[in-house]
Design a protein around this ligand. Sequence first.
Ligand code: SF4
Length: 239
Amino acid sequence: MIHAITETSFLDWDGQVVTVLYTAKCNFRCPFCHNWPLMEDPEKHPEMKWAEIKKFLKKHDDFLDGVCITGGEPTMEFGLEALMQEIKNMGLKVKLDTNGTRPDILKDLVKKGLVDYIAMDFKMPLDERYSKPAGLEPDVKKITESVEFIINSGIDHEFRTTIVPTIHAKDDIVEIAKYLGNKEKYALQQFNPENTWDIELRDVKPLSQEEFMEIADACEKHVGKLVIRGLKEVTEQGI
Ligand code: SF4
C-alpha cells in the first residue's frame, strides 16, 4: 500500500519533522496533480515492505515527530487503519492528507484515535465547479460532509487549495475562505506546472507573486489563519 517515501520532511506538517508515506490509489484525476505516476504506473513504484519502513522509523524516532500519510487518496487503502495503528504504537503522531471524498472512513479513523492532524484539499466552492480541479464529477455532498466533520472534529486540521490560473478565479478562492470562516486555518498553495498530470497545464504560468498575494489578502480577513505555501518568484519561463 505504500509505494514511495520521503524519509525526512520539514514542510509537510507545520512545526513537525515527519516521514512522508505515499499511497498509490486515487479517486480523483486532478489535472495539476504531481503524484500521478504512482497511480498511472504503480509497477514502476513497487509496494514497499512495512518491515523496512518500520525499521527506518524506529532508527530515527529520536528526531521524528510523526508520519504524514498522503497519496493518492489514503482512505482508499484497505490497510490504512492497521498502518496508522502501527505508527501510533511506535509513539509517533499521524497526519492524514485527504481529498475528503470518504467521510465515513475519516470519521471512523478519528473515532478510533488514530489521527493527530488532518489536511484536507478544498479544491473549489462546494458545487458543480468542483469537477474542474477534481478532473471528474465528484460527490460534492460527501466532500461537504468531510469539511463539516473536520471543522467540528476537535482534531487539529487545515484546509488547502492549490491555485491554478486556468481553473480558479479569485472569487472562487475568496468564496472558500468565507465558507471556512474565522476559526479555520486555510493554506493557499502556488501551482507548479512541472510534470502535471494534464500535459497542457505544463505550459501554464503560475500566478505572479502580486496576483497571488492579491487573492491571499482578500482571503485573510475571512479565515482564522492564512498560510501561504510554495510562492516563489515567477519568471518568463515559469517558476
Ligand atoms: S486528489 Fe491528490 S493525489 Fe488524487 S489526483 Fe488529486 S492531487 Fe492527485
